[in-house]
Ligand binder design. Structure first.
Ligand SMILES: C=CC1=C(C)c2cc3[nH]c(cc4nc(cc5[nH]c(cc1n2)c(C)c5CCC(=O)O)C(CCC(=O)O)=C4C)c(C)c3C=C
Ligand SMILES: [Fe+2]
Ligand SMILES: [Fe+2]
Length: 387
């Protein structure tokens, strides 16, 4: 095989405090993050919500040093992956394409076109598929591809998710075991998996396989860990007033405290790098909550970052993709059909099928409620799922 390209997809994060507002604007402009009945509302609402949320969000970024470490870590992962692929005999180029901040997906594509690749592997840095994460990046790419005949000449394959890759499970199990053994009575520790949440309507109405993949992944990690500890799975980082996947991390921590759990080990799944939700939300907010709930020893498993076993897992994903039949953007959708993936039309750019999950009256009510919240200066806003 000649020169192979790997495009790593990630969310992106503000490098500095002044990036927070435009980063949030990009995020809320995404129809996969806020699903609206009409597309012309998207940009004004993104502006409103990013403006309303930016001060609170900046405060959080201040607590972790004034910006997200996501770009630095993702670029380190890219370098480590390139090295490992080269060690296994591949002539590899690795690109980073972020969805909401630099280096943007579009910037990566410019470099891909320059590099005369024989094959491109598209690998999201999200182990589990969600419409709101990998799905959103695939949609952007599909749109770029459709417009560019030069890109269409490059053979490519898409990896939709890889939560069951054995080396990834092993890397997670190793990190958990290491942290467990730091407690005085490791077998007494309650292992607490905290996944990033999504609105319930994504799973129930749009058929997002995210919840299934998170649950399955948790089961596989516990199987690989092979320890007798009790464990819980809960969902963090809810935004706005609608129902998200349950149980919520806050409530689950409080309940464990009430049940007399004293030793808690939090395992962030759904993301492979340190970021605001591990460094601020878990390490600061949830720690305080746990202590107030009577939990005496609260520890967190570090994110995988450039862990050697994890980099091997990414390398395996690429090698397996090169050996398997190619999957295009369009094929990724039917692939998930057995998991009730959302309909093919939803994949196309535009708002065509949002109507399927849209109750017009509720959406307008939601819009009015949002306006009232905004005018009265209420906190973080989000109304995905009101649709
Ligand atoms: C698998 C991981 C993630 C899912 C699923 C996800 C869905 C999702 N997120 C929001 C809203 C926000 N996300 C924000 C930051 C953020 N989100 C993820 C991951 C997932 N999001 C990460 C890793 C980050 C942090 C990046 C960084 O800076 O380190 C933010 C901004 C931060 C804040 O103000 O809290 C928002 C807002 C929604 C609505 C959603 C599903 C629909
Ligand atoms: Fe998010
Ligand atoms: Fe979030």
């Amino acid at each position: 095989m000649g020169r192979v390209g790997v495009l790593l997809l990630n969310l992106g994060g503000p490098d500095e405090l002044e990036d927070v507002r435009p980063f949030l604007y990009n995020l809320f402009s995404d129809p996969e993050i806020i699903r609206l009945p009409v597309s012309w509302l998207q940009k004004p609402l993104a502006w409103l919500i990013s403006t309303a949320r930016s001060r609170k969000s900046q405060e959080n970024y201040k607590q972790i040093g004034g910006g997200s470490p996501l770009r630095r870590i993702t670029e380190e992962q890219a370098r480590a992956l390139k090295q490992q692929l080269e060690a296994e005999g591949q002539d590899a180029r690795v690109y980073v394409g972020m969805r909401y901040w630099h280096p943007f997906t579009e910037e990566a594509v410019v470099r891909i076109k320059r590099d005369q690749l024989e094959k491109l592997v598209i690998l999201p840095l999200y182990p589990h598929f969600s419409i709101s994460t990998s799905g959103s990046s695939f949609r952007i790419l599909e749109r770029i591809w459709q417009k560019d005949p030069a890109l269409q000449k490059i053979p490519y394959t898409v990896i939709p998710s890889w939560y069951d890759e054995p080396a990834y499970l092993q890397a997670m199990a190793n990190l958990i075991a290491q942290e467990l053994d730091k407690f005085s009575q490791p077998e007494q520790v309650h292992i607490f998996f905290s996944a990033h949440g999504v609105p319930l309507s994504y799973v129930e109405e749009a058929g997002d396989p995210y919840q299934y993949e998170i649950e399955e992944c948790t089961r596989l990690i516990m199987e690989t860990l092979n320890r007798p500890n009790d464990h819980t799975l809960a969902y963090q980082s809810r935004v706005g007033p609608v129902e998200w996947l349950k149980p919520y991390t806050e409530e689950a921590i409080e309940n464990l405290g009430k049940q007399g759990v004293k030793d808690l080990l939090v395992v962030p799944i759904s993301f492979v790098s340190e970021h605001i939700e591990t460094l601020q939300e878990i390490d600061i907010e949830y720690r305080e909550l746990a202590e107030a709930s009577g939990i005496e020893n609260f520890h967190r498993v570090p994110a995988l970052n450039t862990d050697a076993t994890f980099i091997q897992a990414l390398t395996n994903c690429v090698e397996n993709a090169l050996e398997s039949p190619d999957r295009g953007f369009a094929e990724v959708t039917p692939l998930k059909k057995n998991l009730k993936m959302y309909p093919q039309e939803r994949w196309e750019w535009g708002m065509t099928t949002t109507a399927e999950v849209w109750n017009g009256r509720l959406a307008m009510l939601g819009f009015v409620a949002l306006m009232i919240e905004l005018i009265s200066g209420a906190g973080p806003l989000h109304f995905v799922g009101l649709l």
